[in-house]
Design a protein around this ligand. Structure first.
Ligand code: PEP
Length: 253
């Protein structure tokens, strides 16, 4: 089963509109030379989304993601942003369950599950992040942690067609330490088997599973060449147009 790669930049709390415009000035020129077929996604802060969407007019094939969304519809929820607002702004994907949301902001599997369902109901596509800490991996809990995150995070989600999964080992995020291609492949294969148990083999064969954790141009080809790795979610190396484009270039083999 061939799955189109999806390569996404998570800008986190970086790049206001001016910095994003400077990135796109360079990136939109570079992308004209890109021969690969990967889906390309940029995830700016909420504040920067409208200027990125406006600037992408004339810079084809790039979709926009938000880094979070409210599970609420509207009303007295200070500081939140709704799925309807994101749709109106031109967003297509929503990153959910990132380890920073889980560990710093206390998002539980239940909260993430509510956000996944809200996102899908609005016609947006969740990039649903899962991953274990080093302590969990070394303590032999890798499989149980991932199984719980998947089972609880996707509870009552009937159809995975619009869901992208991002496997991001917490110990590899922003640390410069990357899972080896073999470790990442083994874990992606396991994640796909959990999906097969829950949704059946054809859904498991179709679902795209990105790897995230210190992906850079130098390691992208090896990681993205693994049979169960269907793309990358990139933090640090996506802040510069040149290195993010370098990852894309290493995705077309
Ligand atoms: C991330 O935050 O999703 C991420 C993978 O970051 P980095 O590439 O910097 O490890």
């Amino acid at each position: 089963m061939s799955r189109n790669l999806i390569i996404a930049a998570n800008w986190k709390l970086n790049k206001g509109p001016a910095d994003a415009a400077a990135f796109l000035d360079a990136f939109c020129v570079a992308i004209k030379e890109f021969k690969g077929s990967a889906d390309i996604v940029l995830a700016p802060t909420f504040l920067t989304i409208p200027s990125v969407v406006a600037k992408l007019d004339g810079c084809d094939r790039i979709a926009v993601a938000s880094q979070n969304v409210s599970e609420q519809e509207s009303g007295a929820f200070t500081g939140e942003v709704s799925t309807a607002m994101l749709s109106e702004a031109g967003v297509q994907y929503v990153i959910l369950g990132h380890s920073e949301r889980r560990s710093i902001y206390g998002e539980t599997d239940a909260i993430i599950n509510a956000k996944v369902k809200k996102t899908l109901a609005a016609g947006l596509k969740p990039i649903f992040c899962i991953g274990e800490t080093l302590e969990e991996r070394e303590g032999g809990k890798l499989e149980s942690v991932l199984t719980t995150q998947i089972t609880d995070g996707l509870k009552d989600v009937a159809d995975l067609t619009d869901v992208v999964i991002a496997y991001e080992p917490v110990w590899a995020i922003g640390t410069g330490v990357t899972a080896s291609a073999e470790q990442a492949q083994d874990t992606h294969k396991f994640v796909r088997s959990v999906i097969a148990n829950l949704y059946g083999q054809s859904a498991a064969d179709a679902v795209r599973i990105q790897y995230g954790g210190s992906v850079k141009p130098a390691n992208a080809a090896e990681l993205l060449g693994q049979p169960d790795i269907d793309g990358a979610l990139v933090g640090g190396a996506a802040l510069e147009a040149e290195s993010f484009f370098g990852i894309l270039e290493n995705s077309s083999f």
